[in-house]
Every structure is written in C-alpha cells, then in structure tokens.
Write a protein that binds this ligand. Structure first.
Ligand code: C5P
Length: 229
C-alpha cells in the first residue's frame, strides 16, 4: 500500500462582517503581510503538505495579486455560500490528485498564528486514527446558558472544548460527510459533518495562541503572539 499523502484546505472566501473593515479580514495587514499570506506561510513552512487548496470568492480582487497565489504548492479553488461549501469545493479541486485514504487538514484563513508544532502534533496524534480529529482548547471560564439576558443554568465546563483548526480527516470520508450535510447551517466545522454521520472525532489539545481573527482588536493580539513565537 502506498503511504497516505497529506493535503491542506484553506477556506478563504468569507467576508468577515464583524471586522467592519473595507476588505475581507483575510486581506487586512498583519506584521508586514496580509493575514492570508501569514496563514499560508505557516502551512508551507511545516513542509508536510502535497499541496494547499485555497477557496476564494470569484469576485475576489486581492487573491490574484498575492505572490503566494502563484506558489507551486498552492491551488486556487472557488468559494461557496457558507464555509462548508467552500471547503467542499476546495476538496473537489483536489479530486484528480487525492485518494480517499489521504489525510486533509482544513485550516481557517483567519488563523495566522498556527505553529508548526501544532501541525506536527495533530498529525502525529491522529495518523493511526480511524476517524481523525481536531485541535481544540478546554474552557477555563465558567459557562452559562442564557435565555435572552438571564442565566438559565451553569454548564459543566469539564466537558466543553472549543473547536479550533486545523481539523484533520480522511479525504474520502470528509468529502462524503460534507456532501451529505450540504445546506445544513449546523455544519460550522468539519467535525460536525462527521458527527452527523455517527463518527466521534478525536480532540487534540492545541495552543491558545492559535486565535481566529474575528474582531478588530484581534489583529493586535495576533501580531503580539507572532512576535512572541
Ligand atoms: O466567518 P468565520 O470566521 O467563521 O470564517 C471562518 C473561515 O471560513 C474564514 O477563513 C473564512 O474566510 C472562511 N469562509 C469561506 N467561505 C464562506 C464563509 C467563510 O471560505 N462562505
């Protein structure tokens, strides 16, 4: 049997409304480059991926201007309506090269502080797993269920984890789970599509500096983490 290859998929077709910026958040400046370039550099530096498929919006004027869009390991795919649609389109763009048993790491364009340590730790932890899994963080805060503005209960936080990316699954399994879940708004990450098929993806503890740029203040925090790393 030939050894399974490892591919990366980066959904980068979102508009990032919560940033209130003049352009999608993946194109905002961060430490001398755009957020998306920083993210792709992190993936390229890990030196484990056969190729990286990046899903971008059709009307995106920024992507073709970035040098990394022409990198030999980078494949451009079309983006979709929701994140899950973009991931599925990127997976389909790898159809002729990837086999069902290959691994795919899906990583948000908006998480530029990902370290090689986390990438290698995730792959090492899951390479013999039947299902695959995700980087995640346990919750240190006390968590509340809220009805409008009033607390209805306190949640047992020992069982709560925050899902990060990369999320690592077999190419064939992930593609069919996302196809089966198409149009379902509850699929906000890859693991949830697998869960709907009855699988139980594994949790691998990630680093807290792997933040997702969501609000304007996150850019300064990301810059701080990058300097510290
Ligand atoms: O908006 P949010 O931060 O949850 O988006 C997570 C990632 O999914 C971002 O990298 C964003 O560009 C991507 N996305 C996408 N296609 C969409 C919506 C979001 O590729 N339709």
């Amino acid at each position: 049997m030939t050894q399974a290859k490892i591919w990366a998929v980066v959904p980068a077709a979102g508009v990032g409304k919560r940033m209130q910026a003049d352009r999608p958040k993946q194109y905002l400046p961060l430490a001398g480059k755009t957020v998306l370039e920083q993210t792709l550099n992190r993936l390229l530096q890990a030196e484990v991926f056969s190729a990286i498929a990046v899903a971008v919006s059709k009307e995106d004027p920024y992507w073709p201007k970035l040098e990394c869009s022409k990198h030999e390991k980078v494949i451009t795919a079309a983006g979709g309506k929701e994140r899950a649609d973009s991931v599925l389109l990127a997976l389909k763009s790898l159809r002729d090269q990837a086999s069902d048993e290959d691994w795919v790491l899906v990583h948000d364009a908006a998480r530029p502080c990902l370290t090689s340590t986390d990438i290698h730790f995730l792959i090492e932890s899951l390479k013999d797993d039947e299902v695959g899994g995700i980087l995640a963080l346990s919750s240190h805060d006390t968590l509340k269920n809220v009805d409008s503005i009033r607390i209805t209960e306190t949640i047992d936080r020992s069982k709560i984890w925050r899902a990060l990316t990369p999320q690592m699954f077999r190419y064939g399994m992930l593609k069919s789970a996302l196809e089966a879940a198409e149009g379902n708004p509850a699929v906000t990450d890859e693991a949830s599509a697998l869960e709907m098929q009855g699988f139980q993806p594994k949790i691998v503890e990630g680093r807290p500096d792997n933040i997702k740029i969501t609000r304007p203040e996150d850019l300064a925090l990301a810059q701080f983490y990058m300097e510290q790393q």
